[in-house]
Design a binder for this molecule. Structure first.
Ligand SMILES: [Zn+2]
Length: 93
C-alpha cells in the first residue's frame, strides 16, 4: 500500500481470487475516496505467464537461460538466494 500515491498493489495467486477482489472492492468508498480496482494495464504477472511456475534459479542463483520456460519476476530476482545458500552451508556442515 503506497499511501502517498493512494495506490496499492495486490498479488493474487489465483485468478478467481483476483476477480473476486475486484468485484468486492471496485467502486467501494474508503474515507471519501472511491476505490478503483482493476488489473494492471500491462504485463505485471498477468497474461499468458500467469499459471507458469516461477523459476527456481531466477529466485536463487540467477537464471541465464534465454529459453527458460519458467516465470522470471523482476522483483523476485535472487530473493531466495540467502535461504538457498544458507541451506547449502548447512548441508556442507
Ligand atoms: Zn529461468
Amino acid at each position: 500500500m503506497l499511501l502517498e500515491h493512494q495506490c496499492a498493489f495486490v498479488n493474487y495467486t489465483k485468478k478467481e481470487d483476483c476477480e473476486r477482489a475486484i468485484q468486492a472492492f471496485n467502486g467501494m468508498v474508503v474515507e471519501g475516496a472511491p476505490l478503483s480496482v482493476r488489473y494492471p494495464s500491462k504485463g505485471a504477472g498477468f497474461g499468458p505467464g500467469l499459471y507458469k511456475k516461477e523459476c527456481f534459479f531466477w529466485r536463487t542463483t540467477g537464471c541465464t537461460r534465454q529459453d527458460c520456460t519458467y516465470r522470471h519476476i523482476p522483483e523476485h530476482k535472487n530473493i531466495d538466494k540467502d535461504k538457498f545458500t544458507s541451506r547449502l552451508a548447512h548441508i556442507n556442515m
